[in-house]
Write a protein of this length. Structure first.
Lengths: 167, 91
């Protein structure tokens, strides 16, 4: 502590150490938040449903998505990535996941929304298993914090069915 | 800066940084703003720098009292009589 440079060095080192501790505490405080998000997805219409020339089934559908994800946001949340996946079982694969729609929610103010949209990404099966198929729509989310650990979770909604015939 | 001043500067630096860190964490957790934490802490660091880094007069209130030169001559430094054995390279 005898010279200007020595004091400045000690101060900077100690202040950065404390900053790291504060970030660790901020990350830890995320565990105190118990989120209770809610989401509802209605399939309004099957726009078309056909077999591609290669033999894979493809569906286009229109959905109403209403979600309240505000409880996912804490003071340490940078943004939240959400995506809706169609999940179903085929004889070949026990779990097929097809991403239909996604979004990045940058702030808590935008976390409660209602949306009328057709699928953003193509709903194509590996094969032709989709006729009359029951499937789940799952909302997955990844919470990206400002510091610390990322969280991911999902809500599974079941009871959706595709039509028996191509249209 | 004298010895007491150095001790004071180090203790002040540590206490002020810790307090500003705790205050920043607590207020911004309550207000729910991460940016607030960074700003409060940055303010605390700048304030601590201004107080403890420059050589302020209040760090120099306990000047060392050196012996007077005339006093020192009465108590000469002990001479090393065996130094020639220890440094053969200098012969």
């Amino acid at each position: 502590m005898h010279s200007f440079g020595y004091r400045l060095n000690a101060l900077l080192t100690f202040s950065v150490t404390i900053l790291a501790l504060m970030c660790a505490m901020a990350s830890f405080s995320d565990n105190l938040n118990t989120p209770s998000p809610s989401v509802e997805i209605q399939i309004v219409n099957i726009n078309w449903f056909q077999k591609q020339p290669r033999g894979n089934d493809e569906v286009s559908l229109t959905m109403n998505i209403s979600a309240d994800l505000q409880s996912l946001f804490t003071w340490n949340t940078k943004q939240v990535f959400v995506f809706v996946a169609a999940e179903y079982e085929t004889p070949k694969n026990s779990l097929n996941q097809v991403s239909l729609w996604d979004a990045i929610i940058p702030a808590k103010e935008h976390a409660k929304f209602w949306m009328h949209t057709s699928n953003k990404y193509r709903f194509v099966d590996q094969g032709n298993n989709l006729r009359g198929k029951e499937f789940n729509l799952t909302l997955h989310w990844h919470v990206m914090p400002k510091t610390g650990k990322m969280f991911a979770d999902k809500i599974v909604m079941s009871g959706y069915q595709l039509p028996e015939e191509y249209r | 800066m004298d010895w007491q001043g150095q001790k004071l500067a180090e203790q002040l630096m540590q206490i002020m940084l810790l307090v500003s860190g705790v205050v920043a964490c607590a207020t911004s957790y309550i207000l729910g703003s991460f940016q607030m934490m960074v700003l409060i802490y940055a303010g605390g660091v700048v304030l601590t720098t201004l107080i403890t880094v420059p050589n302020w007069p209040f760090f120099n209130r306990h000047a060392l009292k050196w012996l007077d030169p005339s006093e020192a001559e009465k108590h000469p430094k002990p001479q090393q009589s065996v130094s020639s054995k220890k440094k053969p390279a200098k012969k």
